[in-house]
Design a protein around this ligand. Sequence first.
Ligand code: IVH
Length: 742
Amino acid sequence: MSKKPSPQAEITSLRELIERYNHRYYVLDDPEVPDAEYDRVFRALQELERQHPDLITLDSPTQRVGGAPLSAFEEVKHRLPMLSLDNALSAESMADFDRRVRERLKLDGEVGYAAEPKLDGLAISIRYEDGVLVQAATRGDGTRGENVTQNVKTIKSVPLRLKGKGWPPVLEVRGEIFMPKAGFAKLNARQRAQGDKEFANPRNAAAGSLRQLDSKITASRPLAMFCYGLGEVEGHDMGDTHSGNMALLEGWGLPISPELKVMVGLEACTAYYTDIAERRDALAYDIDGVVFKVDRVADQQALGYVSRAPRWAIAYKFPAQEEITVVEAVEFQVGRTGAVTPVARLTPVFVGGATVSNATLHNMDEIARKDVRVGDTVFVRRAGDVIPEVVSVVLDRRPHKTKPVMMPTHCPVCGSDVIKPEGEAVARCSGGLYCAAQRKEAIKHFASRRAMDIEGLGDKLVEQLVDREMVDDLADLYELSVEQFAGLDRMAEKSAQNLIDALAKSRETTLPRFLFALGILGIGETMAANIANALGTLDAVMSLRLTDLVELKQSQAKRLREVLEEHADRKTPIAEVIVPLPGLKWFTHTHALLLAERFESVGDVLQADADALANTPSVKIEGVGDVLAEKLVTFFKQSHNREVIDRLVKQGIHWPAIEVAEAQDQPLNGKTFVLTGTLSEPRDAVKARLIALGAKVSGSVSKKTDYVVAGEAAGSKLTKAQDLGVAVLDETGLGKLLDSLK
Ligand code: IVH
């Protein structure tokens, strides 16, 4: 029997193991073992330390969970000051920086710069003595900071003990503590769920988390760190270049930016800046620019410092994505679908590279959550191509006597009622195309590039056409003359003629475009194409009935009869049956309309038996479920829509014919399959193959099932098939069947 290791030896080896797991997980992003295994090892160490408290050391991973709360942070004097960086806010000032560096170094050639993103977090200095983390301090005023050792030790990517060999006996590393975006989102969701205040951005969240007197709170926050420099180093020389030194730190288990690269010359630096700017949104953490540092340490020393910033480094900043401004008003915009959206009118502010004077407030729930009021000073954010938004309110600056924003009860454009269905966030104007705002948006959509592509019919023009009551519906567009167009603001004869030509050109289109252009709720480009390809002609689309699309199974029909039998008055028109019916959750408004196509009243329905009530759809359109089916059918049922479409077609809108694959030609048409058990390839793949041959693949076995394909370990479906006498195929059997169809 081998000798049992001493507690000390066991503790040491568990600590090494845990630190290795931590490094793989938090620094290399490449976990070595599952969480459960990590937890097991961690608990083993905790237990041993509980039995041998004298063996607990400061660098034990168990010490990461946070200790007793402090009453205040101690002050730490930095042995080497923590400097700041000069900023470059334009390509010119970046070029000036490079020129100054070359002049001072008296270099003819180009300079090598270590480049990396500028993290949006807070600076930290971490001191290792003999490889053990002994102190961590915030930047403070650069000379004196706060001792946040307990808190930093809870950050899992920060090693408590350096790996490997060759580290200087005294090593201070400088870096940035930050909160990755995903962790920030989760933290805020947690704050919201607990009714706690949310953080405005990851930087604030990181700062708030690090400066907790109770390190247990810090331990629960998803913080991370990258090292970007050195502080005091004693007893050992480091390398000749900044990039080389960072590689040394990496080797000792310290996290450094994976984006760190050496760029030679200004042009390469600019390309690096552009590349990072383009990838900014995709990075896992917030950054606000790129830092360039002269890579050779000897050159850094030659360049030296001015006041608090090195001459050898620069922060080339991105335009700020967040700024502060004032909400001057909150107005309500009405969109194409009638959605009433609150918009903040702002004192114009330059943010994210553009002047912003409007920001979306999304919906009333958002306004209430952020408590945005007229007169408030707010943070606005404009990131990339995203619409500017109000992030949060600076409550300290709220003027007296502000009132919460209210949703108008009537549409600000047409005066119709504003309706907000229960459980939905969006309120809508009920005016439909009576509402000029909805009409404008419908026409803009119709004319847009991916729809009818009417060149030159821009937003401003559409607004004039509607405001002057020249266009009431889509078909009116094609009835306007050159003279009428020429009478509009900023329209010369020539551009009026161009517009007429563009309208003429748009008459030649495709059926998918035309269907998309009609602006049916829920029918985007893909869905429009699916519908057109499944049906082939506009006539076929317009004569769709719900019975063609929506299924009522026999079992459902049976249940429905039972419920109607008990509950409803027989004279009630079927379309007016109140949904959902008690005990029939699946029975929706769509099903009521489906039945109303064939039956008048509840009494009529009860006269038919379950067989007659049930129906199998004859048309299958990819992506069109019950909800879309109802929208589609309802749209084409309405007489004003039919009339507009009629007129559009009369005015010569046309498209090439579409060939529809004849469903009847498919070899498995009308056959229903059920797949069960484990098959040798993914079930979806088999399913797709069967559907391509015209089969229907269902989830449950019934008398109507033609074949059950049973793989390994098939269960109740197989038994049911056998009970009902449905044909059962194994995979070989299915293969043979498919081969026979070729
Ligand atoms: S180097 C002596 N590199 O920016 C130069 N700083 O504006 C030390 N920062 O206080 C800074 N990312 O907290 C450097 N990759 C990076 C950085 C970075 C963020 C912060 C740092 C510093 C501030 C200066």
